[in-house]
Ligand binder design. Sequence first.
Ligand SMILES: C[S@@+](CC[C@H](N)C(=O)[O-])C[C@H]1O[C@@H](n2cnc3c(N)ncnc32)[C@H](O)[C@@H]1O
Length: 302
Amino acid sequence: MSDYMAIHTPVLMQEVMGFFNKHPGKSKFIDGTAGEGGHTKLLLETFPTSKVLMIDRDKAILDIALTRLSNYGSRIRGVNSNFSEISQMEVSSFFENEYVHGILLDLGISTYHIDESGRGFAIKNDEILDMRLDNHEDISAYNVVNFYNKEKLNRIFKEFGEENWSKKIVEMILEYRKKAKIATTKQLSTIVEKTIPRKFWPIKIHPATRIFQAIRIEVNKELEHIENGLGKLLQFLDLGGIMCVISFHSLEDRIVKNFMKSYLKNEDYQILTKKPILPSESEIHKNRASRSAKLRVIQRIG
Ligand SMILES: C[S@@+](CC[C@H](N)C(=O)[O-])C[C@H]1O[C@@H](n2cnc3c(N)ncnc32)[C@H](O)[C@@H]1O
């Protein structure tokens, strides 16, 4: 195994393994958001006969995971794809036409993206505004910030950032754009800092956090892919198979919750989490990034 030290700390590990442990098979898993492979590694270790199909839309991080876990040989396979677009063929060929026992989605971005990728996810570093998870996508954060019109910017800041100062921030962005392009994270965060009066800055997060979140969601069409991906992945579940979904903000969680709710009257499925499972105090203490995680779980029973 490579001695690469993962940057990202996986969340709710024991809780997720506890749910997967309910399936008698426990040998075929899809990790739809593999990242550096933290959850995949634990799956491989916890269930020694298991195989994991690792999906990530970011080739760079998937390559890291595959190198890191190369010791597991044919027990893993990586697919550089969006989980919402994963082909039936990829899944069938790895699992020899059989259904899977567990599917995990650990949504959002990895600490790797913020600390290491240099793609403009981090407010604290001065980086080029990009924010694409998949660098084949056409639209980057630069395009959004410099070319979206007033209405479009306002809508995404409000909808995806839930930012009360959105109108003012958009005005300031448009003002700046008359003189120059906004090319870096520093330029963008400075605009936001100057727009929101200090006494209204949020206490625990940087004042530009919501704006960065909104742009990231827009660039990567994150919510659309969750909407489209959940139902698609569910089709691969074996009888008794379990899908665990971890979300990190209310917009994601709402989609996951409504998706699972839509199966309430379907006798072929049961929801295993009436309320979402949250990280324990001690997990939050060890890993602050876990504080907003919510786990929801559905099982195929018919
Ligand atoms: C929170 S991280 C996963 C961390 C991983 N569970 C671990 O333990 O290392 C989320 C990962 O999902 C990927 N991702 C996000 N949306 C995706 C999508 N729609 N399809 C495929 N991968 C996606 C991101 O590139 C990122 O690497």
